[in-house]
Design a protein around this ligand. Sequence first.
Ligand SMILES: [Zn+2]
Length: 166
Amino acid sequence: MSVFDEMLAHNEGYARRFDLGHLQTPPVRKLVILTCMDSRMDLEQLLGLRVGDAHMIRNAGGLATDDVVRSLILSTHLLGTRSIAIIQHTECGLLSITDDEFRWRLSTSTGRDASHLKFHAFRDLDQNVREQVARVKRDPFLPKEIEVRGFVYDVKRGSLREVESQ
Ligand SMILES: [Zn+2]
């Protein structure tokens, strides 16, 4: 059985017990979480959220890329969210590579020129969180009253701490 078949089989039971059809499109807690795609973060569990409470935007690193900002603009202006939490985490894959090294690895394994690709690897977790918060805060299309705060999740302890912006 492939992982896709397992997903479909599980969903049959889920749909039979499903009782969330009443939820509306705007998130109940007016919250957006921007975080990494890392598989070890169960966001609802670790943040005390329920399905329907928050938008979840995930990418490698939890970075405020142009496409993430696109989503944040839609989230705030169209769907009424008012708080943005940016959560990065310990042991992130982007802490373990450099862009140069990974581009080289990719070019070697694919035989293609990867010199134009950006992966946004970083060395300093707290500083990287601060940079994402600053990037979001200075976007001219996001409402000024939105609260943006940054956090680090420890994948070994399950604990979340705030990163003070400077
Ligand atoms: Zn990560």
